[in-house]
Design a protein. Sequence first.
Lengths: 110, 117
Amino acid sequence: GEDVEQSLFLSVREGDSSVINCTYTDSSSTYLYWYKQEPGAGLQLLTYIFSNMDMKQDQRLTVLLNKKDKHLSLRIADTQTGDSAIYFCAESISDYKLSFGAGTTVTVRA
Amino acid sequence: GAGVSQSPRYKVTKRGQDVALRCDPISGHVSLYWYRQALGQGPEFLTYFNYEAQQDKSGLPNDRFSAERPEGSISTLTIQRTEQRDSAMYRCASSLASGGTGKNIQYFGAGTRLSVL
């Protein structure tokens, strides 16, 4: 089983904010990542955060990291139909190995 | 510049056949990774190369699976005597380097969807 856990589904209305949550287990992870997977496309790196940071903002994306609770979240502001995809949380469990969650399927409804 | 390129995009094969999956990393990327992704799951680590050296193959499920990167660029993942349980998406990623320096950000290709009948 995976050491990274995510909720499987999220439905959000267009224009609202989406929040995707993730918990991880390896307290020594140096980086945590969010990847986006669209049908027929590869895993697209959305953003990442270094473990000594609490927050990172990049345009419509905000990443929050709570190291004490090993909790990571991704907030997408003003969610658009193009944001419909599967979002994967991942942690670096070594210098080169990533451990992924099962992914959260985000559906944006009009 | 070009991203990570994988070929073929889709491969259908019969049980017992050998398959070879190819990965062409981003130019200049030293490190290359193979992952396998089952339907409804996240990718799982298979193996990792630094230049041409295979540094970790602990994720390869059994000895039917092998990988090489002879010139430190293109890599091939080979599955011998395929079985139905090998059906999955096989993803390749590359990074500038490995290690906790920020240069180990992994960029993924579109993957090869393998179906074993």
